[in-house]
Design a protein around this ligand. Structure first.
Ligand code: GAR
Length: 196
C-alpha cells in the first residue's frame, strides 16, 4: 500500500477515476490530500464526497510567491506521500517541489508527447493543435515531472485514432476515456516498482 497526493485544477475526472479504482481495490493506495489552485473546481467536489482533505493554494490565497511555494511544500511535510499525481493541474510546479520529490511526481498529458507539449499546450488547446496539424492519431501520455514542462521521462502512452470529422471536443472525449484507464494502471505499476 503506497500513499499518493493529487493536484488538480479542473473538472477532476482523472482524479475521480483514480479514487474510484482505489475504492474498488484495483489500486492499493491511499489518497492523503488534494491540492488545488482553483477552490471552486469539480475536483474539490469529488474530494469532499470522498472525505479527502483539500488544500486550496493559489496566487489568490498566497499572493507572495515565496509564501505560495512554502505552503505547497508544507502540505508534503504535513502529509508525506510516495507519489504526487498531477491530474489536470494547470500551473507549473515550483522548482522546490520538483526537487523535493525527484522521480516521484507523475503527470498526464492529453497528447503523444513530445508532440503538442510544453507551454500553452493544455486542455482543449492540445486537441485543437492536433487537428490543425492533421494528425491521424493522438492519445494520452503519462510521464515523470521534471523542471521543464512536459519533458520528464515517459512512463506510458496509448494511441487513439483521430477521425476525419473530429472536433476538439470529440477528440478530447476519446482521449479522456483512455486517460481514465491508463493513469491508474501506470500509477499502480510505478508505485509498486518503487516499493521493491
Ligand atoms: C486532462 O485531459 C489532462 O490530460 C489535461 O487536462 C485534462 C483534465 O481533465 N492536462 C493537461 O492538459 C496538462 N498539460 P480532468 O480535470 O477531467 O481530469
Amino acid at each position: 500500500m503506497f500513499k499518493i497526493g493529487v493536484m488538480a485544477s479542473g473538472g477532476g475526472s482523472n482524479f475521480k477515476a483514480i479514487i474510484d479504482r482505489i475504492g474498488e481495490g484495483d489500486l492499493e493506495a491511499q489518497c492523503k490530500f488534494l491540492i488545488t489552485n482553483n477552490g471552486g473546481c469539480g475536483a474539490v467536489n469529488h474530494a469532499t464526497t470522498y472525505g479527502i482533505p483539500v488544500y486550496h493554494i493559489s496566487g489568490k490565497t498566497h499572493p507572495d510567491e515565496a509564501e505560495y511555494e512554502k505552503a505547497l511544500c508544507a502540505v508534503l511535510d504535513e502529509r508525506p506521500v510516495d507519489l504526487l499525481i498531477l491530474a489536470g493541474y494547470m500551473k507549473k510546479l515550483p522548482d522546490c517541489l520538483v526537487e523535493k520529490m525527484p522521480d516521484r511526481i507523475l503527470n498526464i498529458h492529453p497528447s503523444l508527447l513530445p508532440k503538442f507539449g510544453g507551454k500553452g499546450f493544455w486542455g482543449l488547446h492540445v486537441h485543437e493543435a492536433v487537428l490543425a496539424a492533421h494528425e491521424t492519431e493522438s492519445g494520452p501520455t503519462v510521464h515523470l515531472v521534471s523542471s521543464e514542462i512536459d519533458q520528464g521521462r515517459i512512463l506510458a502512452q496509448r494511441k487513439v485514432p483521430v477521425m476525419p470529422d473530429d472536433t476538439p471536443a470529440s477528440l478530447q472525449a476519446r482521449v479522456l476515456e483512455q486517460e481514465h484507464d491508463i493513469y491508474w494502471r501506470t500509477i499502480k505499476e510505478y508505485g509498486e516498482s518503487l516499493q521493491k
